[in-house]
Design a protein around this ligand. Structure first.
Ligand SMILES: Cc1cc2nc3c(=O)[nH]c(=O)nc-3n(C[C@H](O)[C@H](O)[C@H](O)COP(=O)(O)OP(=O)(O)OC[C@H]3O[C@@H](n4cnc5c(N)ncnc54)[C@H](O)[C@@H]3O)c2cc1C
Length: 239
């Protein structure tokens, strides 16, 4: 990539990009599965939705492939690709908890450890993944199971709506009454439907205790069970 293109991509994404040979490139291109060693054209980590849109348009205008990366935990390495612009969403990790509405809005690059920390502060929880470093984006578009899925359903079952940036650079809200086909596809259909920039998911405050229970049970089963309300205890004994 020549210097003009580097500067155009950085301008579009509103952040510096990492190109082959740059000091930060090796770190920027690395994904969880160290057997996957792709060589992207560039890696960008925009901090805003406008920056994500800019990077997508940059690639579209030049016919370049884009690989979207959430938490980078795809075993097959779907969060990266050779000769592509890798869009690392890790900086879009804002989490907004509404304890009264029992809803949660999560940035497309957040990981489950960040979500669990935010929800547990509010005494709530949602099905995510069992490992804190796994990305919300990839888990959700792939289905998703975690400590709570027997009680609260798969991760994707909890999605109320998703804000999506399409390959054309358009921002949409996918929900039951808005782009419902896209909403259907995003809930477990896998990648390639667009960039999910925020996903509000409902909380299950009752089953939050099951989550604590499931984790605590590994250390102190009696203490964990003691914190589960009777109604939930019956459900957990079936699951
Ligand atoms: C150690 C480990 C533990 C795991 N534990 C669990 C578990 O408990 N439960 C479970 O269900 N799964 C689990 N998984 C599987 C994991 O959910 C999937 O690999 C998932 O795809 C990882 O998501 P990610 O965002 O980290 O991955 P990435 O590699 O970043 O992305 C995977 C795919 O999702 C797409 N994607 C990611 N973010 C977005 C976004 N914001 N918008 C649009 N597309 C996006 C990417 O383009 C790519 O196609 C685990 C995986 C590992 C390696």
């Amino acid at each position: 990539m020549n210097p003009t293109v580097r500067s155009a991509l950085s301008h579009a994404a509103q952040v510096p990009c990492a190109l082959p040979g740059d000091p930060g490139y090796e770190t920027a291109r690395a994904v969880w599965n160290t057997d996957v060693r792709r060589a992207p054209l560039a890696v960008v980590r925009p901090a805003t939705v406008a920056g994500v849109r800019g990077a997508v348009r940059f690639a579209a205008d030049r016919g370049l492939p884009v690989a979207v990366r959430g938490g980078g935990h795809s075993l097959a390495g779907f969060g990266t690709a050779d000769d592509a612009v890798v869009l690392d969403l890790g900086a879009l990790a804002g989490i907004d908890v509404d304890p009264r509405g029992r809803t949660l809005t999560v940035g497309g690059g957040a990981v489950w450890g960040q979500v669990d920390e935010a929800t547990q502060r509010a005494g709530l929880a949602v099905t995510g993944a069992d490992v804190p470093s796994v990305g919300v984006g990839g888990t959700t578009v792939g289905g998703g199971f975690g400590w709570l899925h027997r009680a609260a359903g798969m991760t994707c079952d909890n999605i109320l709506s998703a804000r999506v940036l399409t390959a054309a650079g358009e921002t949409l809200t996918a929900a039951p009454d808005s782009h419902s086909d896209l909403y259907w596809a995003l809930r477990g259909g896998g990648g390639n439907y667009g960039v999910v920039t925020a996903t509000p998911v409902p909380h299950r405050d009752a089953v939050q205790l099951l989550g604590v229970n499931a984790l605590a049970a590994r250390q102190d089963r009696t203490a964990g069970l003691a914190s589960v309300p009777a109604r939930r205890r019956r459900r957990s004994s079936r699951g």
